[in-house]
Design a binder for this molecule. Structure first.
Ligand SMILES: Cc1cc2nc3c(=O)[nH]c(=O)nc-3n(C[C@H](O)[C@H](O)[C@H](O)COP(=O)(O)OP(=O)(O)OC[C@H]3O[C@@H](n4cnc5c(N)ncnc54)[C@H](O)[C@@H]3O)c2cc1C
Length: 345
């Protein structure tokens, strides 16, 4: 909403996060958001409130407090069992108007991306998507929302000074979740679905759960990623073998995905997934900024490239100069030898 006076602006308080709850469980990104909200609220001398919409999830409030929420608004209703962006948006709109949060953070997941632009539109508030940094201007409480712009060539810091609430989305794994404090508690505010929330424009007839075969780069501890140098789908067969030996998942640059060698869910980067693995092995990926944005926070980066002047080779903790079609088969052979010796011993 457009702010008309300083008095009206100061009536907006606290930092809200929207928890992502599916099948009664909280998505880990919800804790990352609470960590970010905690830092903002502490800088502002305010509180962290987390809104948890779902069905049969009331027991999860404890974990939200443990990660730093001061208050949890719980809406527990069978109509919220399957995700319905329209219904969740209407509930959030009503709660936001009633409680007037200064800041509202949501995950840039497929759910968050369906829900939060709709809410921003209804509230007539600004929204910055895919933020990589969040800070507070201590003078006026403006949220400083930093995100890559112009294809990742610049980092833009955006503020919505004249509108409240200030809304931003953050991708999973961009912010670290804080250490939970078991036993930390807070206040639960129970709200219900009201008749006015339920418009019959859309009805969820069936919710289908994805089975375990989906790619989950977000959960992987090791990623072996390939780029244009893989030359074709058969190159990724080699990477699959390498990844399965080290217990990792296969990632890819956009060049490889655009060429149709591997499917989009494997893409890492600005228009793909953001990952924060223990080990990231980049095979024939030059490391353009749009790729680096998605993986530069990985703990150990290993790069294999024939050219040792690329951004990826410079960023890497371990840079291996050479032809990946010689190096990877040699590494696979070595791992297989060691494993078979271990099995025999
Ligand atoms: C708006 C926008 C969004 C984008 N989003 C993404 C994104 O999400 N993710 C992404 O990855 N890209 C993204 N891109 C594209 C990005 O700019 C690059 O074009 C892309 O990342 C390049 O992929 P690559 O590193 O595989 O290919 P290249 O840049 O061509 O690099 C290939 C590398 O392989 C090396 N090489 C060649 N042969 C061998 C060999 N035999 N052995 C070892 N090394 C070898 C080369 O020396 C080179 O360094 C985006 C671009 C735009 C404009």
């Amino acid at each position: 909403m457009k702010i008309q006076s300083e008095q009206e602006k100061s009536s907006y308080k606290n930092v809200w996060t929207v928890a992502e709850v599916a099948n009664g469980a909280v998505h880990p990104v919800s804790y990352e958001l609470i960590g970010a909200a905690r830092r903002l609220a502490d800088a502002r001398g305010s509180q962290v409130w987390t809104v948890a919409l779902g069905c049969g999830h009331t027991g999860e409030a404890g974990s939200l407090f443990a990660y730093g929420a001061d208050k949890v608004i719980l809406v527990d209703d069978s109509r919220l069992e399957a995700f319905n962006d329209e219904l969740e948006c209407n509930i959030l709109q009503r709660l936001t108007i009633r409680y007037r949060p200064e800041i509202l953070l949501c995950a840039a997941t497929s759910r968050g991306r369906a829900l939060i632009p709709r809410l921003a539109g209804k509230l007539h508030a600004g929204l910055t998507a895919d933020c990589t940094g969040l800070a507070i201007d201590p003078g006026n409480g403006d949220l400083l929302q930093t995100r890559p712009a112009f294809g990742g060539n610049i980092m833009a810091t955006i503020r919505s000074s004249e509108y409240r609430p200030q809304m931003a989305t953050v991708r999973p794994k961009v912010m670290s979740a804080p250490e939970p404090l078991p036993g930390r508690t807070g206040e639960i505010i129970r709200e219900t679905v009201e008749p006015g929330d339920v418009f019959k424009v859309k009805e969820i007839l069936q919710s289908v759960r994805q089975n375990g075969s989906a790619v989950s780069l977000g959960d992987a501890r090791i990623i072996v990623a390939g780029g244009r140098a893989m030359k074709g789908p058969e190159g990724f067969v080699l990477l699959e073998r390498f990844a399965s030996l080290v217990g990792g998942a296969v990632g890819a640059s956009r060049a490889a995905v655009d060429n149709g060698w591997i499917s989009y869910p494997h893409q890492v980067g600005q228009t793909g997934a953001t990952v924060q693995t223990d080990v990231y092995i980049a095979c024939g990926i030059s490391g353009q900024i749009q790729h680096l944005i998605g993986m530069q926070s990985c703990k150990t980066i290993i790069a294999i490239d024939v050219d040792d002047t690329t951004p990826m080779m410079k960023l890497a903790d371990i840079a291996v100069k050479g032809d990946l079609f010689e190096i990877i088969p040699a590494v696979i052979k070595e791992i297989e030898t060691v494993k078979s010796k271990q099995e025999k011993a």
